[in-house]
Write a protein that binds this ligand. Structure first.
Ligand code: SPD
Length: 324
């Protein structure tokens, strides 16, 4: 669907502003079971993936809601986090804190390998990761495979500061299934593969993308939260250890609007030159292959890169025991 067509579509319930539509959506069930409201006029993120808790944002206005072929897509204007993109009831990005996620998921792997040239993004249809990858002048090709064209269109319409990533001439957009795409990629094609998915449910065994990303020399996948999913992270680390013959690492960062306020990343490398993810080889402010014309980073720096691998004791104990 084209963004222009999307823009003109009125809300089905005819309500306007003040987030009143959130409550009415719950009552009439139009947006499915995912959207709920603890307090009228607020969006509350509830899911069996984080039982017993709900992070809430005050809604000023619902700007878009539609069911794509794959999921419920919603954009609302919040009081304090700018515009918010929600897929199947789960916050994906907010204008205020998107920098933390997009910069970390991109620069943790790309600052860890010298002069990355070919990069694949799986998911990431909002364009934020592309925006960050395009900062590297060493990069020649940026392929992206996003399953849901509506996410791309909605981002171009409502999140131009993210979707600017699509404007880079090195970007090749493929709309389709990431697993199918990867099956046709010869091993070693990409220097880095970044999996920017919605929340993965269960372990790698149930999430086939991770079973085929070994073709990359380095890969990163967003992986759960230490406060909520330690048991899943434990399984994932163990399975990655069997799949990846290089290094397997877990890092995390703060994203206030994600469940429990943090999100984790699995960083893995194939055999070959050792990738020391914890100590970036590209110092982003000094590095030749970094295009300074794109403006300053808001969140990432070399210190926060290394710090992202420091874990609280309860998580370190489990992850270290799996990585030995
Ligand atoms: N709990 C939400 C995790 C969302 C991860 N994907 C975000 C996509 C942003 N490019």
């Amino acid at each position: 669907m084209e963004a222009e067509a999307v823009a003109k579509r009125p809300r089905e319930d005819g309500a306007e502003g003040n987030g009143g539509g959130v409550s009415s959506m719950v009552e009439d069930g139009k947006a499915g079971d995912y959207i709920s409201s603890v307090i009228p006029g607020w969006f509350s993120e509830m899911s069996p993936m984080w039982p017993g808790e709900a992070h809430s944002l005050k809604v000023e206005q619902i700007l878009f809601q539609e069911k794509s072929q794959y999921q419920n897509v919603m954009v609302f204007q919040s009081s304090t986090y700018g515009k918010v993109l929600v897929l199947d009831g789960v916050i994906q990005v907010t204008e205020r804190d998107e920098c933390a996620y997009q910069e970390m998921i991109t620069h943790l792997p790309l600052c860890s390998i010298p002069k990355p040239k070919k990069v694949l993004v799986i998911g990431g249809g909002d364009g934020g990761v592309l925006r960050e990858v395009s900062r590297y002048s060493s990069v020649e090709v940026i392929d992206i495979c996003e399953i849901d064209a509506m996410v791309v269109d909605v981002s171009k319409q409502f999140f131009p500061k993210l979707a600017v990533g699509f404007e880079d001439p090195r970007v090749n957009l493929h709309i389709g299934d990431g697993v199918a795409f990867l099956k046709n990629v010869p091993e070693g094609t990409y220097d880095a593969i970044i999996v920017d998915s919605s929340d993965p449910i269960g372990t790698e065994k149930q999430h086939p993308i991770s079973n085929v990303i070994f073709s990359g020399k380095s890969s990163l996948s967003q992986r759960c939260c230490i406060w909520l999913h330690m048991h899943i992270i434990e399984d994932i680390v163990s399975i990655c250890r069997q799949i990846f013959k290089g290094s397997v690492n877990y890092a995390w960062t703060s994203v206030p609007t994600y469940p429990s306020g943090v999100i984790g990343f699995m960083l893995c490398s194939t055999e070959g030159p050792v990738v020391d993810f914890q100590h970036p080889v590209n110092k982003i402010d000094e590095c030749d292959s970094f295009n300074k014309e794109k403006g300053p980073l808001k969140f990432y720096n070399p210190e926060i890169h290394s710090a992202a691998f420091c874990l609280p004791s309860f998580a370190k104990k489990i992850i270290d025991s799996e990585t030995r």
